[in-house]
Design a protein around this ligand. Sequence first.
Ligand code: NAD
Ligand code: DAU
Length: 351
Amino acid sequence: MKNLLVTGGCGFIGTNFIRYLLEESDFSGRIINVDKITYAGNPENLSDIAERFPERYRFVKADICDREKMARVFDEYEIDAICHFAAESHVDRSIVGPDAFIQTNVIGTFNLLELARERQPRIELFHHISTDEVFGSLGADGLFTEETPYRPNSPYAASKAASDHFVRAYHKTYGLPVTISNCSNNYGPYQFPEKLIPLMILNALEGKPLPVYGDGLNVRDWLYVRDHCVAIWEIMKRGRRGETYNIGGNGEKTNLEVVRMICDFVDEMVPPESGKSRRELITFVKDRPGHDRRYAIDFRKIQRELGWQPEESFETGLRKTIRWYLEHREWVDRVRSGEYLEWIRTHYGDE
Ligand code: NAD
Ligand code: DAU
């Protein structure tokens, strides 16, 4: 893997992954980060990386749905491996407007697969980043395994399921060397503050209501983002081609437990001026339509085959994450205001 195409590298997990590969891992090649820069992408996340690794990191502003532009990227940079993060990722947005999800998650993935197929045998690996949401919802017991049937419930999950099927089909039909990972909820630095954890941290700090959907008893399996990045790299290096791997955090919590922990840690780190606990800001609001009740991952396959398991506990990971948001208020202001979009126009033009 000399010339690795990372799509969506300016988003939350992509940013953390590129940082991990260049700063910590044994990857020795070059990364070409292609990102369209939607509201969720910010190339400033990696501006220090661009300076520190001028020979090993390139950013290209492009839409993965633009097949001609992507073909030029594949050829100009002699791409020989792909790690595909780019997606519309927020379930609530997919309920309000599913179109962009079909475009990027389904058509965009299909374009990349076609470009990779046409360049066989140069492509060593197409790694596809997916989600546990493709499996639908669990009851009180049980875990999602790699054998669990797909039953996506939101337009987001349906679009990711469709893309997973195409990736698998390109392996079975055309022999494209692929791997797929289905991961649970990530949290950590650089997550756009529309997702539960950063939204609650920032609202708690700002004394705003903490909107908990429904009864707050929906369960998610939280994974610190660096643990996810380590798992992806292990799969890319040593995962069996054509296989899927589930990645989870051993971190099952109800949303209410998560929000209460955030309130308590924020109270500890920044004692409230009013003297009142941030827990008083918790507000129950209307439920998300089709809200999946519980996700939980059985990650024994990746543990057994690749020796991976999460290192971070939810408590330590959450403390690190709150500290990061406290120390990066400028980043928060910029992504909220969309100010960096102006920076992007100056550097890369409107297209
Ligand atoms: P994100 O929304 O933070 O980032 C997505 C990135 O993709 C952004 O930089 C955006 O600009 C870019 N992008 C969107 N459309 C594009 C297009 N058409 N062309 C090029 N770039 C485009 O998402 P994330 O949370 O970092 O998720 C990354 C991947 O991981 C997604 O595929 C998501 O489905 C998957 N995933 C996320 C989680 C999670 O908890 N966040 C868990 C499991 C899987
Ligand atoms: O499971 C993996 C998935 O996790 C990823 O594939 C998605 O890209 C990612 O966005 C995430 O999806 P969720 O819908 O689980 O994450 P979100 O942070 O939006 O919500 C987490 C839980 O918190 C969910 O049960 C809904 C609830 N919630 C969310 C928000 C934003 C609230 O109660 N209040 C809120 O304001």
